[in-house]
Design a binder for this molecule. Structure first.
Ligand SMILES: NC(=O)c1ccc[n+]([C@@H]2O[C@H](COP(=O)([O-])OP(=O)(O)OC[C@H]3O[C@@H](n4cnc5c(N)ncnc54)[C@H](O)[C@@H]3O)[C@@H](O)[C@H]2O)c1
Ligand SMILES: O=P(O)(O)OC[C@@H](O)[C@@H](O)[C@H](O)[C@H](O)CO
Length: 381
């Protein structure tokens, strides 16, 4: 049984690769980082180490890798053979992967009629659906019908904190013990893959919103305020009582929205929040605010982790979520020069002013109460 996974990075090796190995797959990683690709092919194994007292170790074997930039023909062959395809490359890379997928899937149609599930494990709502759109945009209508018959793109939510790695052993990945991988079973084609660790659900929306608007909202809020206050890492930022209470207040807002929208048990949701804050405080993990805050253009998108829940809160309760507003304003103050998206936002603010920049980046309506509040908070920070 062969799996093809795009992106041999933190979550690719530290989470998806580990679960695929444990489920008995031979995993081929497709990546553009030649150092990692070569190391995987040379060592044919890597270590996943738990970031806790136990330092428990799993050796992931039965792996190989392809440089998808330099060896497109090998990638095509891997797409033809795969029993499952997964990705963890970052949302901005999905259009690039879609191009390789189209040629590989076309080839596969000629020889292998086995149903194939393609699951994007990215932090966004509808990640696999977006990948599907990028693929289908390149197809003629008759081709789309043939694709529909054997290929499916079930959406997913993945949760495991895997920080940037600085280990001497370049393949080793240190990961938090906690993990969750939820997949929309209603979109699966053929047999449901037997992978221990995946929870298949009939309706993914509550799961992905709960994850993105709690784990990732809380993470982003801590990163942007933490950066603003001069902290380097998330756990360091949360040692500051003001940052910690701000995080709790922001998650209370998304929590009220989620409980109101989905009817989650209030007490259980409060426990979920506390567990997540505990995960952020894991002192075995060094997670830089610049990793967690990376790509602020994406994170400030209208349906993403900050503006998405802020809009829904305002709609549901008729009042603005002041802490989410503060987190959004702090994201507009995030001026890390190594981060291309942060540079773009800062340039935009200089060119058109903060109010227009907020409207452009967040896609909020000019007359939205949130816009003026974000601008006010931006000036206060
Ligand atoms: N790290 C986490 O804690 C975590 C947790 C859950 C979800 N995610 C999501 O997983 C995705 C990946 O995050 P990450 O932290 O592993 O990032 P990462 O940068 O560690 O890994 C991304 C990998 O994709 C590779 N890549 C880039 N372009 C490529 C291409 N064209 N073809 C194939 N590979 C390519 C990179 O070389 C890199 O190895 C993101 O969407 C992220 O939101 C991350
Ligand atoms: O990966 P991003 O850039 O969408 O978000 C950064 C972190 O919040 C994220 O990687 C978390 O560590 C992860 O989502 C935990 O499951």
């Amino acid at each position: 049984m062969r799996a093809l996974h795009f992106g041999a990075g933190n979550i690719g090796r530290g989470f998806i690769g580990a679960l695929l190995y444990q489920a008995g797959y031979h995993t081929t990683f497709a990546d553009v980082n030649s150092e990692i690709v070569n190391l995987i092919n040379e060592k044919q194994a890597y270590r996943v180490v738990l970031a806790d007292e136990s330092q428990e170790e799993l050796v992931v074997k039965n792996i190989s890798a392809i440089n998808s930039m330099t060896h497109p023909e090998e990638l095509e062959a891997a797409i033809v053979e795969a029993a499952i395809i997964t990705t963890a490359v970052g949302p901005s890379i999905l259009p690039i992967i879609a191009k390789s997928l189209v040629s590989g899937l076309r080839k596969r149609l000629e020889t292998n009629k086995e149903p194939l599930n393609i699951i994007a494990c990215e932090n966004l709502i509808g990640g696999s659906s977006l990948l599907k759109k990028h693929v289908y945009d390149q197809l003629a209508p008759e081709e789309a019908t043939s694709f529909d018959e054997i290929f499916a793109f079930p959406d997913a939510a993945v949760d495991r904190i895997v920080p940037n790695q600085t280990n001497e052993d370049k393949l080793m990945v240190q990961v938090e013990p906690y993990y969750e991988w939820v997949v929309d079973e209603s979109a699966i084609i053929g047999n449901t893959p037997s992978i221990e660790g995946i929870t298949f659900v009939a309706d993914l929306t509550p799961y992905i919103e709960r994850k993105l608007f709690t784990v990732n909202t809380g993470h982003a809020a801590s990163a942007y305020i933490g950066y603003h206050k001069g902290y380097q890492t998330i756990d360091e930022a949360l040692l500051d009582k003001d940052v910690r209470s701000f995080l709790q207040a922001a998650l209370k807002e998304t929590g009220m929205m989620l409980v109101g929208k989905y009817g989650f048990d209030k007490k259980e949701h409060e426990e979920y929040i506390e567990k997540i804050i505990g995960r952020f405080e894991n002192s075995y993990i060094i997670d830089e605010v610049t990793r967690v805050g990376r790509a602020p253009l994406r994170k400030l998108g209208g349906n993403d982790r900050l503006v998405g829940p802020a809009k829904q809160y305002l709609e549901l309760f008729g009042q603005p979520p002041v802490n989410l507003v503060k987190a959004i304003a702090a994201a507009f103050r995030y001026d890390v020069i190594e981060d291309e998206e942060a540079v773009t936002i800062q340039k935009l603010i200089k060119e058109i002013g903060i109010k227009e920049a907020v409207i452009e980046v967040t896609s909020l309506e000019e007359e939205s109460l949130l816009v003026n509040l974000i601008v006010e908070e931006f000036h206060t920070l």
